[in-house]
Design a protein around this ligand. Sequence first.
Ligand SMILES: Nc1ncnc2c1ncn2[C@@H]1O[C@H](COP(=O)(O)OP(=O)(O)OP(=O)(O)O)[C@@H](O)[C@H]1O
Length: 258
Amino acid sequence: MSVLIRLNYVDLVYPVYSVRAQSLRNMMVNLSVGGKLLKDGSDIIHVQALSRLNFTLNVGDRLGVIGHNGAGKTTLLKLVAGIYEPTRGHIEVNGRISSMIDVGLGLDPNLTGRDNIINMGRMRGFTTRQIQLQMDELIEFSDLGSFIDLPVKTFSAGMASRLVFAVSTTLDPDILLFDEWLSTGDADFIVKAKQRMDSLLDKSRGMILASHSFPMIQLMCNKLLVLDAGEQVYFGEVDGWDFNSQKPVARDVEGQMS
Ligand SMILES: Nc1ncnc2c1ncn2[C@@H]1O[C@H](COP(=O)(O)OP(=O)(O)OP(=O)(O)O)[C@@H](O)[C@H]1O
């Protein structure tokens, strides 16, 4: 089996500047002409968002990630997307990432929906011609109608999600990352998006879906990662986890579920 994504004891720590440190930094900016550099390490708070994550996904795996608010789901997706580097440990990603992590990311509010499609496509390594060839399908799927020729700053959050979802799932079904991917969609769009996800999963080489929806994870994923305050509580088959008791499924000595 070939490895798609491998994390080797990965930590991710965010440095957060306290209010006092922030004011010190502002002071540094104000004094930047001829000022001296002030350093006060004690005013920096470190948030350990991920601790010693250690797992491997193979080609074809579809990973669901669950955990309480702040457990580290989005941080993990950003790490896989290459937005952050691990503070410690190593991550290997073999494939092109197509993410719907942060809808705002990669969208230029002053450009039209259509021009943003071109931009997003080019960022994913496609030529303008390749994007143009799929433009009609993409616009039709997004259902944005005439809004497609208005600046994206006039879009609602749900409309922006539709645009990014359409681009992510039309142009680039390699490794898909979704973070609560449908939370801003309306009911009709959710049905349509689910159908598209099914066909996409066949074309893509893998997926990571972070969600608070257990039924959706059970439906879409074969592997599961459970995070608790950044720690890996469970990694394994989805049906090896009991979503009710939030514990691994108890098995008897023969390995049968009891
Ligand atoms: N840019 C940042 N700077 C500092 N701390 C951050 C930053 N982003 C996230 N964190 C912290 O990292 C931890 C993990 O956050 P993350 O957004 O990954 O959680 P999550 O599981 O996606 O949460 P939710 O379910 O609420 O979306 C939290 O403690 C959060 O406060």
